[in-house]
Write a protein that binds this ligand. Sequence first.
Ligand SMILES: [Zn+2]
Length: 75
Amino acid sequence: MKGICSNSPTRCRLAYSLKATQGMDGDCPECGSSLVAVDNEARPITLKQYHRVLLGLLLLLLMLNLISIYWFFVL
Ligand SMILES: [Zn+2]
């Protein structure tokens, strides 16, 4: 698991640097404190939302296209 050391910055070098490190079993390799998971879920969620918006726009465009084709052939 990758995370930032939860220990006090004055006690641990890795907590002071705020650098995400890969620790064994979620523990800091420097001091042994538990690591706080880095928020790396935020990007895929926004990407998913972006795809949903894109899909919605595409469907809207397709519907407008179908309506215009319908009008073209019927009228
Ligand atoms: Zn630490």
